[in-house]
Write a protein that binds this ligand. Structure first.
Ligand code: FAD
Ligand code: UDP
Length: 412
């Protein structure tokens, strides 16, 4: 078989049992589960010209496999999510390592015992490590906020160093905010690690799909009953109906080609865009990616180098470290973080999580509560900072719930 791509103008809506917006992991996993486990006919509507959402990868013009929407490393403690993905692709073990370029010297991130030696010199580092161990324990992860709240002047010295040399400038570049201004869960993703372990993640399952993510998605979506419309924006084909004309009135139906769609609708795009920004746009950060190819095997010592004290870009990724591709040249990618101003030309990559934005999001989400067959799912539709494994897990759970509901309805 091959993937079934269809043109929206040729689609007969009544041919489908379920409708999915977006073909990232959120949409694709649900599509496959509903088609696979209940023989449902599923239509995926995807605005980009390809499947796979932000995990999409492809060979560039120099033959190097690159991730088009940022470096993606699978890491998880969730066995169900990992085993599920392994049905569709073999995984090659890969443990991500990140170095900070600190005034031209490489220093491990997360900041750990090895980074301490680089920052403070062997003797002082040993003394400070002992203090850290006495306070927090050996092998423990401590967030920068927790470290900064210590009164002890020597621990405060470590905290100040890490804050100023690892977090401050990088966070300002990435979010346009200081570390104090971002939600604490954001910087907590990269804690200080009182350990020699210099892997970026300590999860049980870590790896990369052997032939890349796009091939994994192709294998998942190449299935009887799944049709995909690329280059199709949900907003352009959905007709939304509301319970009343009031601004906060909930959805009562979604029509396509004049017919209300009665089956499950799984929506994985931004909710503000679905509702044409009626309460104003939700804030996101976007990114620009700049690629360079070199006629040499490698240009940097590991998959990602973070620029924590210099440069306008946040990080450089060299894909060959992550994909194990063997070829004489190499491609690197610089990431520039941007404010998200224009949905027509930019992609929303990161929700800017804080109380005000979460409340703003909630207002949109409430509009969907009144339509029982509508399910917002994923990093965009839930306005959350989710990793891939969490998305797979949530998509499997939602599929289970939808199937249980359909089964119960069928028995009535
Ligand atoms: P997406 O992958 O964004 O998919 C949503 C899809 O919906 C897209 O294809 C989009 O085009 C489509 N869509 C949106 N709106 C509409 C619409 N109105 N109509 C039609 N289609 C629409 N996670 C990890 O676990 N490890 C990593 O190393 C990692 N690195 C990352 C690096 C970067 C730079 C970023 C931004 C994220 C990273 N992530 C990583 C997170 C990962 O990308 C997300 O968890 C994952 O993409 C979420 O899947 P999703 O299906 O919810 O969303
Ligand atoms: N961070 C930082 N310096 C670093 C790495 C991370 O300041 O060298 C902060 C920054 O605010 C970043 C957050 O920690 O946005 C989370 O980092 P992570 O690497 O998890 O970000 P992602 O890969 O999701 O972009």
């Amino acid at each position: 078989m091959t993937i079934s791509y269809v043109d929206f103008k040729d689609v007969e809506i009544s041919d489908y049992d379920a409708l999915i917006v977006g073909s990232g992991f959120a949409g694709s996993v649900v599509a496959r589960q509903l088609a696979d486990c209940r023989d449902l006919r599923v239509l995926i509507i995807e605005k980009r010209p390809h499947i796979g959402g932000n995990m999409y990868d492809e060979l560039d013009e120099n033959g190097v496999l690159v991730h088009r929407y940022g470096p993606h490393i699978f890491h998880s403690n969730d066995q169900r999510a990992f085993y599920y993905l392994r049905r569709y692709a073999g995984f090659i073990p890969y443990e991500h390592r990140v170095l900070a370029n600190w005034h031209g010297t490489y220093m491990p991130v997360p900041f750990n015992k090895k980074s301490m030696v680089i920052a403070f010199g062997e003797e002082k580092a040993q003394h400070l490590i002992e203090k850290l161990i006495a306070k927090f324990g050996d092998g423990v992860k401590v967030t920068i906020n927790e470290l900064r709240s210590q009164d002890d002047p020597e621990l405060a010295e470590v905290a100040d160093f890490v804050y100023e040399n690892v977090f401050l400038y990088y966070t300002q570049k990435q979010w346009g905010l200081t570390p104090e201004e971002v939600d604490p869960s954001v910087t907590a993703r990269v804690p200080v690690f009182i350990s020699e372990d210099d892997r970026y993640f300590q999860d049980k399952f870590q790896g990369m799909p052997v032939h890349g993510y796009t091939k994994l998605f192709e294998s998942m979506l190449d299935y009887e009953g799944i049709d995909i419309c690329l280059n199709t924006d949900a907003e352009s084909v959905f007709e939304l109906e509301f319970e009343s004309d009031a601004e906060d009135a909930g959805l009562s139906a979604i029509k396509l080609k004049g017919q209300a769609f009665e089956g499950p609708i799984i929506y994985t795009g931004p909710l503000d865009e679905l509702f044409l920004s009626r309460f104003g746009r939700l804030p996101y950060r976007s990114l620009d990616f700049v690629y360079e190819t070199f006629d040499q095997e490698f240009v940097q010592p590991c998959g990602t180098v973070n620029y924590t004290v210099s440069e306008d870009y946040t990080r450089i990724t060299e894909f060959k470290h992550m994909t194990y591709q063997r070829c004489p040249n190499t491609t690197i990618m610089k990431e520039y973080s941007r404010s998200y101003d224009d949905p027509r030309t930019q992609i929303p990559y990161y929700a800017i999580i804080n109380e005000e934005n979460n409340a703003h999001y909630e207002r949109y989400r409430k509009l969907t509560e009144t339509l029982p067959n509508f399910y917002p799912l994923g990093r965009l539709a839930e306005y959350r900072y989710y990793n891939m494994d969490k998305i797979v897990s949530l998509a499997l759970e939602l599929s289970d719930r939808i199937m249980a509901k359909l089964d119960a309805e069928a028995q009535l």
